[in-house]
Design a protein around this ligand. Structure first.
Ligand code: PLP
Length: 438
């Protein structure tokens, strides 16, 4: 939009929208319309054949949504983006586009619960196999590769125990295997980490979380960073390289080129056919949130470290899983990949008597939560408010004891998503509740 490169704080306010409607609204308008009027039948024909770009119907695209797509693509350093109805839809359409034809995915075993359900249950039914590996074990990623592997998938920082992914190391193994690395950057956000700079190829977001930031609206995004060379092995990606009747018997790659073929595959097939379109109103809400992402992430990050340090000093807390603490096993990786500070979602474990049962740990967690007055019991993250949850009985409630242990979760673990309140109020609230446990 300008002749000079702009910083993220400027991009998040301006990219993708130039006031130009007859009303000249400075804020991006909400184009709350299901469909669009064509100037002529010829124009309609060209648009339907994807030979021209423009609006047809809001499941295929919408001007409010298009601004969001351009803005997030710019912030992640990508070439194109697709906005969808939720983070879950973003993960689903991105991985279906890569591995949908009976492909195989290698994924971290530390993933958002909804992603585990999608990969381990629904994808299995669809004939897409997923191998889960310990994300810190680089040899395990390499050993899991098969001829049918079409993607690696992991989160920039997994929750609840905030494992920092060594993105460069995993990207190297993915690229040696000839597949893209897909990163769920929901917790990291482009404000704290540009995963493209570390070797990622495709980003998915639950925009519901930090991008929205207000806890009001679901949304998801897929960003093609333009780094993966699909053309190096066209036989692996028939959806991109085989001529297709839907695109006038031309291959998507030939019709759209490297920068938009993958995003067009997602939008024109998986979003159009399966239907997880983002509403124009939610696109507007996500744009509103995005305008302050940089400011908010700085506050979230700094407050979370303060809260983590306080918890670490309290006698009723056994361990705090925050990579900003020197004692954390991911401290070095966090410092290397997150120079502005690590994200604000982390877990801590209450100290209990030896041989304590799960039921005893649960009731102690319950007593703590009952006494909290500012921190709120909610199964969400990335809200402006500080949220607490008990993973073993809530978000990770369907996991087996072995899976819980592998994920580093016990019945005494609590997850925090530190919000934008004054950190002193948060610490006072937690202190009062923790002191009462002694
Ligand atoms: C919430 C979340 C999702 C799913 O997003 P929805 O918007 O709830 O569908 C995916 N990944 C991570 C890391 C999340 O926190």
């Amino acid at each position: 939009m300008t002749s000079r490169p702009l910083a993220a704080a400027t991009v998040q306010l301006h990219e993708g929208y130039v006031p130009g409607t007859p009303q000249n609204a400075v804020a991006t308008p909400i184009y709350q319309t299901s469909a669009y009027r064509f100037a002529s039948l010829t124009e309609a024909r060209e648009l339907f054949a994807l030979r021209a770009t423009g609006n047809i119907y809001s499941r295929n695209g919408n001007p409010t949504q298009a601004v969001l797509e351009r803005r997030i693509a710019a912030l992640e350093g990508g070439v194109a983006a697709a906005a969808v109805a939720s983070g879950q839809a973003a993960t689903a359409v991105a991985t279906l586009a890569l591995a949908g034809r009976g492909g195989h995915i290698v994924a971290s075993s530390s993933l958002y619960g909804g992603t585990v359900d999608l990969f381990d249950d629904t994808f299995r039914d669809l004939g897409i196999e997923v191998t889960f590996v310990d994300q810190d074990d680089i040899e395990a990623w390499r050993a899991a590769v098969r001829p049918s592997t079409r993607a690696f998938f992991a989160e920039s920082v997994a929750n609840p125990v905030a494992q920092v992914l060594d993105i460069p190391a995993v990207a190297e193994v993915a690229h040696a295997a000839g597949v893209p690395l897909v990163i769920d950057n929901t917790v990291g956000t482009p404000s704290l980490i540009r995963v493209k700079d570390h070797g990622a190829d495709i980003v998915v977001h639950s925009a519901t979380k930090f991008i929205s930031g207000h806890g009001t609206s679901l949304g998801g995004l897929v960003v093609d960073l333009g780094t993966f060379d699909f053309a190096a092995d066209p036989a692996k990606w028939p959806s991109l390289f085989e001529p297709h009747w839907r695109y006038g018997d031309v291959a998507l790659w030939d019709a759209f080129g490297r920068s938009t073929a993958f995003t067009t595959l997602i939008k024109s097939r998986f979003v159009a056919d399966l239907g997880p379109a983002l509403s124009p109103f939610n696109a507007f809400q996500l744009l509103e949130g995005l305008e302050t992402l940089d400011l908010r992430m700085a506050r979230h990050t700094a407050s979370a470290l303060e809260v983590a340090r306080f918890l670490d000093s309290h006698p009723t807390v056994k361990v705090v899983h925050h990579p900003g603490l020197e004692s954390n096993p991911h401290h070095a990786a966090g410092a290397r990949l997150y120079p502005k500070g690590v994200p604000s979602v982390f877990a801590f474990e209450l100290a209990g008597a030896n041989g304590e049962t799960n039921e005893q740990a649960f009731s102690r967690a319950e007593r703590l939560i009952e006494r909290l007055e500012v921190v709120t019991l909610v199964a969400n993250i990335g809200d402006a408010r500080t949220l607490v949850c008990h993973p073993a009985s809530m978000t990770h409630g369907h996991m087996t004891p072995a899976q819980l242990e592998a994920a580093g979760i016990s019945w005494a673990s609590l997850r925090l998503s530190v919000g934008l309140e004054d950190p002193t109020d948060l610490i006072d609230d937690l202190r009062a509740a923790l002191d009462a446990l002694v």
